[in-house]
Write a protein that binds this ligand. Structure first.
Ligand code: PMP
Length: 411
C-alpha cells in the first residue's frame, strides 16, 4: 500500500524470514527501538503512549525489575532439579497473595504452558477429559490450548472433548449453561474434567463482574474442577484485587498466570490446591527446563515487590476510574457501553446502534496515528480494549482521553 518506504522494507523482510502465521498490528505497522515506562519510542524518537501492553505492566524497562534480573543472572540461573532458595522464596511470595487453600505452585514459561499443565492436572484428578470454555475464549498456543480457544476462528478445530458456553450475562444463566455443557459431554461419553475461564472474559469482550459462584458449584456437581485463567486480569490489573477470581467471590481449584508476572521476562505459573495436584504428581514427572529458573523467580519476586510497595492496585483503581468516567462523558453516536475494572477497559463501538468492527478498527488506527496504542477484541471485534500499564499517571490518562475525543471527530 502507501506505507513509508522503511516500514515497507521491514515488512517485506519479515515476510521473507518469519513463518506466515504472524500478524502485525495496525494498518501502518509500528516500529519501536526502545521503551520506558508507559512510552514506546520509534527510530526517530517519537513517543507512543502504551495503552495496551499487559506484559510490561509496571512500565517498560522498570529499573528495580531489571536490577533483580541482572543480579540473579550474574549469580545463579539454573533450574528446578537442584535445590535453590530463590524458587521457594518466589513461591512463598506468590502464595502470600492467595487464599490458604491454594498453597502449592508449579512454574512454567508461558501462560499457554500453565493452562496446558492445569488441564493435564485436571485430567489426572478427575479421570475425565471434558472441558468447558466460553464461546470466544483464548487460552494459548499448545495443541491442547489452541483446541480450547474458539477465538482462533474456524481454521482451528476445537477438541472433541470441548464444549463452549456464551460469555456470562448473569450468574444464574451462566451456571445453567455450564451445567448443560457438562451434561452434554457426559451424554456423549466424555467425563467432565474442567471449567476453564478468563475471569475478566477479555477475548469475549471484556466483561468484569461477579458471575462465577454458581458456575463453580455446577462444575463441582459435575465432578469437574475450576481453573481461573488470570493471565490477563492477574497481578493487580483490575485494581480491586490481585486476581480476577476474587471479584467473583470464589476459590478456584487451580489458577494460571503469566504475561505481567515477569514484566517482560518469560515467567508463568499455576497455583493450586495440593489435593488437586497430587494425582498428577504421583502419576507423572514434570520438568520444565526454563520454568522456575532462578532468574525468572528473582524477576517475578521483584515484580510482586513493586506492585506491593508502590501500591499499584490503588493507582489502577484510581486512574482506571478516571478513564472510565472520561470515556462515559464523551458524546458520540459510535460509543456504546464502557466496562472497566482497574486499568482494564472495554468500550463498545457501534454504527446505527449495532456492533461495528469496522469502526472499532478505524478508531484503533486513528489512535495509532495519534501515537496512542490500543486494540479491539470481542466475538464481533467491536470492543476497544484499553489496558495501559498499572503506573499510568493522570496526565497520561488525560492524553489518552484527548486523543480518543480527537479520533472520534475524524471517525
Ligand atoms: N490465557 C489468556 C487469557 C491469554 O490472554 C493468553 C495470551 N494472550 C494466554 C492464556 C497464553 O499466554 P502465552 O501467550 O504466555 O502463552
Amino acid at each position: 500500500g502507501n506505507l513509508p518506504p522503511e516500514t515497507e522494507a521491514l515488512v517485506a523482510r519479515r515476510q521473507r524470514l518469519l513463518g506466515p502465521a504472524y500478524r502485525l498490528f495496525y494498518e501502518t505497522p509500528v516500529h519501536f527501538v526502545r521503551a520506558q515506562g508507559a512510552w514506546l519510542y520509534d527510530a526517530q524518537g517519537a513517543a507512543y503512549l502504551d495503552c495496551y501492553n499487559n506484559v510490561a505492566s509496571l512500565g517498560h524497562a522498570h529499573p528495580r525489575v531489571l536490577e533483580a534480573t541482572a543480579r540473579q543472572a550474574a549469580i545463579y540461573a539454573s533450574h528446578t532439579r537442584y535445590l535453590n532458595d530463590t524458587v521457594l522464596d518466589c513461591a512463598e511470595k506468590l502464595l502470600s497473595h492467595f487464599p490458604p487453600e491454594l498453597s502449592q505452585v508449579m512454574f512454567t514459561c508461558t501462560g499457554s504452558e500453565a493452562n496446558d499443565l492445569a488441564l493435564r492436572i485436571c485430567f489426572a484428578a478427575t479421570g475425565g477429559t471434558g472441558l468447558v470454555v466460553t464461546e470466544n475464549a483464548y487460552h494459548g498456543v499448545t495443541h491442547l490450548m489452541a483446541g480450547a480457544s474458539p477465538s482462533l476462528g474456524p481454521g482451528v478445530n476445537l477438541g472433541p472433548h470441548v464444549r463452549t458456553v456464551p460469555a456470562p450475562r448473569d450468574a444464574a444463566s451462566f451456571a445453567a449453561d455450564v451445567a448443560a455443557a457438562f451434561a452434554d459431554l457426559s451424554r456423549h461419553g466424555v467425563k467432565p474434567a474442567a471449567l476453564l475461564v478468563d475471569t475478566i472474559f477479555s477475548s469475549d469482550g471484556v466483561i468484569p463482574g461477579a458471575f462465577l459462584g454458581p458456575a463453580v458449584q455446577a462444575t463441582h456437581e459435575a465432578g469437574a474442577l475450576m481453573i481461573a485463567d488470570e493471565v490477563q486480569p492477574g497481578f493487580g490489573r483490575t485494581g480491586a484485587h490481585w486476581w480476577g477470581f476474587q471479584t467473583h467471590g470464589i476459590t478456584p481449584d487451580l489458577v494460571t498466570m503469566g504475561k505481567p508476572m515477569g514484566n517482560g521476562y518469560p515467567v508463568a505459573a499455576l497455583v493450586a490446591k495440593p489435593e488437586v495436584l497430587l494425582p498428577f504428581g504421583t502419576k507423572a514427572r514434570y520438568f520444565n527446563t526454563f520454568g522456575g529458573n532462578a532468574v525468572a523467580c528473582a524477576t517475578a519476586m521483584a515484580v510482586m515487590e513493586v506492585i506491593e510497595t508502590d501500591d499499584l492496585l490503588a493507582n489502577a483503581s484510581r486512574i482506571g476510574a478516571l478513564m472510565a468516567e472520561g470515556l462515559r462523558s464523551l458524546t458520540h453516536e459510535a460509543l456504546g457501553e464502557t466496562r472497566q475494572a482497574g486499568l482494564f477497559l472495554g468500550l463498545d463501538i457501534l454504527e446505527d446502534g449495532h456492533p461495528s468492527a469496522a469502526r472499532a478498527a478505524r478508531l484503533v488506527n486513528l489512535l495509532r496515528e495519534a501515537r496512542v496504542l490500543i486494540s479491539a477484541t470481542g466475538p464481533k471485534g467491536h470492543v476497544l480494549k484499553i489496558r495501559p500499564p498499572l503506573i499510568l499517571t493522570e496526565a497520561q490518562a488525560d492524553l489518552f482521553l484527548t486523543a480518543t475525543k480527537a479520533a472520534l471527530r475524524l471517525l
